[in-house]
Write a protein that binds this ligand. Structure first.
Ligand code: HEC
Length: 164
């Protein structure tokens, strides 16, 4: 339930959760009434997550005594980054999503414990990072090292099942 809510909130922030071929944000399919709520940041419950994430971004933690900001600077430097996730990460040797990326930085960069799955901080930081790309089209790579993405496999299964 929490997960569904989080996805809905992230979508409401303006980035589609998956790469659709037309590369349009869920926003462009929304009813005018939904859009006007999304346009008004104060009325958008997703903004509470974004605020939690903003705080976490600047909070030092772990043995390194660093925050996300210590290494990455102001969050607007992350503009566009979220549009490429899920993405192949050479350091992990696999395709990872934004939550996994954040936890890699927690463990390797901050020498801190990874956030619990669906914790306030992890959901908040994910929302906050996606916020930096608000309104930008999704740009997920499904070739090269990212080729075995599950959604691509599903496509193959679907087309194989279709009658000739
Ligand atoms: C000690 C420095 C350091 C800290 C602290 C750190 N990071 Fe990173 N981060 C990096 C480095 C270096 C990379 C890129 C290299 C790699 O793939 O590991 C990176 C990559 C990223 C990326 C991927 C960027 C892209 O273009 O795909 C995101 C998102 C990110 N960090 C978020 C965070 C968040 C959120 C935090 C705080 C929880 C954080 N980082 C803390 C050093 C750090």
């Amino acid at each position: 339930m929490k997960r569904i809510l989080a996805v809905a909130l992230l979508v409401s922030i303006g980035i589609s959760a998956h790469a659709d071929p037309a590369k349009r944000s869920g926003y462009s399919y929304a009813e005018p009434e939904t859009r006007s709520i999304q346009d008004d940041d104060f009325a958008n419950p997703g903004m509470l997550w974004v605020e939690t994430g903003e705080k976490a971004w600047a909070t030092a933690d772990g043995e390194s005594g660093k925050s996300c900001q210590s290494c990455h600077g102001a969050a607007d430097g992350m503009k566009g980054v979220a549009t490429h996730y899920p993405k192949f990460a050479a350091s992990a040797g696999k395709v990872i999503d934004m939550e996994q990326r954040i936890n890699l930085c927690r463990e390797n960069g901050m020498k801190a414990k990874p956030y619990k799955w669906e914790s306030q901080e992890l959901l908040g930081l994910t929302a906050f990072l996606k916020m930096q790309s608000r309104g930008m089209p999704v740009s997920v790579s499904i070739d090269g090292p990212a080729a075995p993405l599950p959604c691509q496999g599903q496509g193959r299964v679907l087309s194989a099942a279709r009658p000739a």
